[in-house]
Each structure stands twice: as C-alpha cells, then as structure tokens.
Design a binder for this molecule. Structure first.
Ligand SMILES: Cc1ncc(COP(=O)(O)O)c(C=O)c1O
Length: 445
C-alpha cells in the first residue's frame, strides 16, 4: 500500500522521541515566536503523499488541515511532482520581470482563462499576503483613494500592508504605529447553526449591511472593500445568502473596488471554482494563493485590464515585483495543479466529500453539549466549541493520528480543510478520529 492510500497509524505517542529532539534543536535556532513548542506539540514531518503525512517517528497521520488549505489535490500529487522534476531539469530560476521564464507566460495565460474576469491581467507573487498588498496598491492606483473597508474576523495576511486589513488585534497591536490607519472594519453577519441559510438572523444581516453602508458614506471616499467569501481563519464563517452581492453593489455605488480574497477559498475548496462567483459576486480584484501552487509558494492578484491598467507601463522598473516573481518551479507546479483540478474535477469532489464530512461530523457529534455548531462549505469545515476548546481537540486528534487546526478569534473552532482526494477508509478514519478527539476533550454529555 502506498503512503497516499494508508490510514492513520500511531506507533509512538506523539510527539515521539525524534520529534522532541528536533524541537529542542529548533528552540535553539529559530525565533521563539515562530513555532509553538509544547510537551505535546508539534510533530516534525518527514514525508507526505495524498492526505497522509509521516512524522519523524514513523507515525502516520491523516492530514485534515491540507497544510493550511494548500494541498487541495493532496500532498505531492504525482502530476505536480513530475512537472516540478521536469522543470527543475531545465530551468530552476529565472528573471521574472526582466527576462521572463516561458512557463510564467503559460501560467498567466491559464489564469486569465480561468478567472471569471473580463480580459484578466495578473501580477504573480509568492504569498497570499503579497497578493493582498498588490490588490490594495491596485485599488489605490485605480481610484486615487486610500481608504479601505474590511470585515471583522477577516484574515488577509501579516505583512504590514495586508496586516492593516487583518482584523485580529493580537496580530496588529504590536505594530499599530506603522499600520495604515485608513481601514474601517464592519461586522460580518452570523449565519445560524449548521450554516443553514434559512436560519440566518435577518436582523443581524440587515444590521451588517446598514453598518457597511454607513462606513462607505462616512469619512474619506473608499478605494476598496476587501472580503473573504467564506471567512477561513475566523472559524469558517459563512456569509448569509445575498449578503456579498449587496456588499458589492453598495461598494460599486460608492466608487470602491470589490476585492475578493480567495487565497483560502479559491480553486474549488468550497465546491465552486471561486467562492465569490458562487455567492453571486464578480469581483474587480481577485487574490489567490495557497492551492494554486500545488504545494509550491505562489500567489496572484488578478483583475480585468481596465482595473489593472491603472498601473503605468513599465519603464524598466516595476513598481511592484520581487526576486522570485514567476518562479519557474512554482509556475510549472501550478500548471500541473490546474490540470489536476480540471481533470479530476476537484470542485465537484470538494462538494461531494464536503457534504459527506459535514453529515458524518454532525452525526457523530450529536449529543455533545460542547459542540455549538458544525458547518462548512465544500471542504472548508468548522466545529464550533467554547472559547479555547479547539487547541485541546487538535492535540487529542494528533494522538489519534489525525491533523486538524484550531481557528476562530477565541480559539473556538476546529477547522478542517482536507485534500479533495480522500479514499473511503480515510473519510471514516477522519470522522472517527475527530469525533473521538472532541468527545475526549469535551465529553459526551
Ligand atoms: C484568506 C487569506 N488571505 C490571506 C492569507 C495570507 O496568506 P499567506 O499566509 O500565504 O501570506 C491567508 C492565510 O491563511 C488567508 O487565509
């Protein structure tokens, strides 16, 4: 049996001796702020394929995190690995914005074709945060304005420009003096239990719309309105039906650009190629990352020509570029990933598998009083618990050979963003592992 087909197998209580030894060495050389090190966390990865990860102590885990939602096609998809190997044999690094690698052009043509935008043009980058930086700059250039409206709970990255739009105070507070002050946050409405939209609180949505309209009207004119079509790191918070189209309509009425941050949701994770389009919104600027690179670092900011041409033609110096822009290995990996996306219809798989996981979790967690909600769209799923409840579940799941992440501003949501290619036995093992972990922490009462 290959690693990709395997099931969780914990041979030594994680973190095992080798992971613990590596953690001790890491502590000596990495900034202490980067990797959370505790007696029961983390394990060091040594190999991954499909949805399975092997750690340094030979434990096998089912990865329901998709490694931050990246491995939608699974870890090390053979088509992606073959494309990277082939590319590495010819051209590893190029000169992105000077003498471009051919493969950069191929990827840009593919993105222009896939994006639901008229005559789309893109700027490539390496991280989701950088794609957001480019979107903010694009909106400033296109509108001559510099104020932005974003949503409470929104996560858009940690570089200074993007951080100014990320809502969570613990990320922003230490750097507040250097963050752009022209950002207004408005509420993200709640959807009632199970993500069922008929249950959405009308008053809540109406209040959010009203506050949003007021934010547009009060103060300097707004350059752009930035949103995640489903808020990921805030704890898988779904928008009520019709909310985002109304946001887009009001934004445009105020002369602001509609900026969709699809870094997490893009390329099928929520069951549609782009979640904003599925919500009924065609954005003016679209940011993508994570899944796009098939596991290599790659992101993009995409916009129709009439928006993107707010950037002046290059006179020899790009106003926004970076050393690794259009990196050949990442572009080759992305082209292979996009082939897999189409050939294996990952959005349809995400829809079907997501529905199965959602139903399976709801079934297995019925009667657990601590579980406040089980919700999701496609393969972006969340189990809402009380404050701080998710981290302990992540540790318990690890012990059972299943990887999940805590999310939510109060650490209250267990987030699942697995690959779209789990086999049946892995689905069952994942559901059993997560449910057992939740019950172990929160009891079955
Ligand atoms: C919606 C969204 N936007 C932006 C980012 C930032 O991307 P990166 O971590 O690649 O900079 C993330 C990362 O989790 C994200 O979820």
């Amino acid at each position: 049996m290959t690693l990709a087909e395997a099931l969780p197998r914990v041979v030594v209580e994680p973190p095992g001796p080798r992971s613990r030894e590596l953690a001790a060495r890491l502590r000596a050389v990495e900034s202490r702020n980067v990797t959370f090190l505790a007696p029961d966390f983390p394990v060091f990865w040594s190999e991954a394929a499909g949805a399975m990860v092997r750690d340094a102590d030979d434990n096998l885990y089912l990865d329901l995190t998709g490694a931050f939602g990246v491995s939608l096609a699974g870890h090390a998809h053979p088509a992606v690995v073959a494309a990277v190997r082939e590319q590495a044999g010819r051209l590893v690094h190029g000169m992105g914005d000077v003498h471009p690698p051919e493969v950069k052009l191929l990827l840009l043509e593919r993105l222009a074709h896939l994006a639901p935008l008229e005559d789309a043009r893109a700027v490539l980058a390496t991280s989701g945060s950088e794609a957001i930086e480019i979107a903010l700059k694009t909106a400033e250039l296109a509108t001559g304005r510099s104020r932005f409206v974003a949503f409470e709970g929104g996560y858009h990255g940690l570089t200074l420009g993007s951080l100014a739009t990320t809502h969570r105070l613990d990320f922003r507070a230490p750097f507040a003096a250097r963050l752009h002050r022209g950002v207004t946050w408005v509420p993200w409405p709640r959807v009632a239990e199970g993500g069922r939209e008929e249950g959405a609180s009308g008053a809540d949505t109406a209040h959010a719309i009203e506050t949003f309209a007021r934010a547009l009207a009060d103060g300097p004119p707004v350059a752009g309105v930035l949103f995640e079509p489903v808020q990921g790191r805030a704890g898988v918070r779904l928008p009520p039906q019709g909310f985002l189209p109304e946001v887009a309509r009001l934004a445009r009425e105020a002369g602001a650009l509609v900026i969709a941050d699809e870094v997490f949701t893009g390329f099928g994770r929520t069951g549609a190629l782009f979640a904003s389009a599925a919500e009924g919104v065609v954005p003016d600027v679209l940011c993508v990352g994570k899944a796009l690179g098939g596991g290599l670092p790659l992101s993009a900011c995409v916009a129709p020509a009439d928006v993107m041409d707010a950037w002046p033609p290059s006179q020899g110096e790009a106003l926004h570029t970076s050393t690794f822009l259009g990196h050949p290995l990442a572009c080759a990996a992305a082209l292979a990933f996009l082939d897999v996306l189409e050939r294996e219809d990952l959005p349809a798989r995400a829809r079907a598998l997501g529905a199965r996981l959602l139903e399976g979790l709801a079934d297995r967690l019925r009667g657990v009083a601590a579980v406040r909600d089980v919700r999701g769209r496609g393969l972006l799923l969340g189990i809402e618990l009380g404050e701080g409840g998710a981290a302990r579940v992540a540790v318990e799941a690890l012990r059972r050979g299943v990887l999940v992440l805590p999310a939510g501003e109060r650490g209250e949501v267990v987030e699942l963003a697995p690959p779209a290619l789990l086999n049946d036995a892995q689905v069952e093992a994942g559901l059993d592992g997560v449910a057992a972990a939740v019950r172990a922490v929160h009891g079955a009462a």
